[in-house]
Write a protein that binds this ligand. Structure first.
Ligand SMILES: *Cc1c(COP(=O)(O)O)cnc(C)c1O
Length: 226
């Protein structure tokens, strides 16, 4: 399916989820996740009107960044090895996977200006998932005040691959509650207004629970095996 057709469907679904939860469509940023697809498909995504792209590996990000540069906002959504920070940190607009002090230290050292970061949280507790345990998030964010180049704009999570809608909803609710707790602290370095949650299978539920940034790959651009 062409990206424009997919986007139309997704936009309709977002509008419905917003209506159901009394939210505004404008509050939602769609991040087109292009990690599975070619430069041509990414170009089609931009032409369809997507202004935010997400990549999860340095190589894939740099390949697309070299092609499109500042035409779009770039979201780094994968786990990042500290030694690779320097290659990308001044090129990305948002980092979605901050989950350890050693990474924060390296970003702080290598970035030439403050970087907007989401702290990744492992809400479900699955061993295979990256991210901090929920109870570690607030002390972690408080510790980050020492690093002038780290600016915490929100929290991010990846929900488990399950079909149980109520369990998914519970995950997203927990992240939203945690975000509220951080926000209430009014930390200068951590306004923490955003929630990066929801992917192809669960973005409507995520929006109903407060997502501001949804990361959509498969249902928007497909994946190469299609
Ligand atoms: C791949 C990926 C996505 C997109 O997943 P889809 O299910 O294809 O929409 C979103 N977030 C992260 C962190 C990813 O790695």
């Amino acid at each position: 399916m062409d990206v424009q057709t997919n986007l139309k469907q997704i936009t309709n679904n977002i509008r419905q989820a917003c209506e159901k939860s009394n939210r505004k469509f404008e509050e939602i940023t769609i991040i087109g996740v292009t990690k599975y697809v070619t430069i041509e498909r990414a170009e089609e995504t931009i032409a369809a009107g997507i202004k935010n792209l997400g990549e999860n590996r340095n190589e894939g990000f740099l390949e697309k960044y070299n092609e499109f540069g500042k035409q779009v906002n770039w979201h780094f959504i994968g786990s990042l090895q500290s030694r690779k920070v320097k290659d990308i940190i001044d090129k990305i607009d948002y980092m979605h996977s901050l989950d350890r002090i050693s990474l924060a230290k390296e970003i702080n050292k290598r970035a030439s200006s403050p970087v907007d970061c989401f702290v990744q949280v492992n809400v479900s507790g699955e061993a295979s998932k990256h991210g901090l345990a929920p109870e570690k998030v607030i002390p972690f964010i408080e510790e980050l005040s020492e690093y002038p180049n780290i600016h915490i704009v929100g929290l991010m999570t990846m929900a488990p691959h399950i079909d149980n809608k109520e369990k998914l909803r519970e995950n997203f609710k927990q992240l939203a509650e945690l975000r509220d707790l951080v926000k209430e602290k009014c930390l200068h370095h951590a306004p923490c207004e955003f929630l990066s949650m929801g992917m192809s299978n669960d973005y409507e539920i995520a929006i109903e629970e407060g997502a501001t940034h949804i990361r959509i790959g498969t249902s928007l651009v497909g994946n190469d095996s299609d």
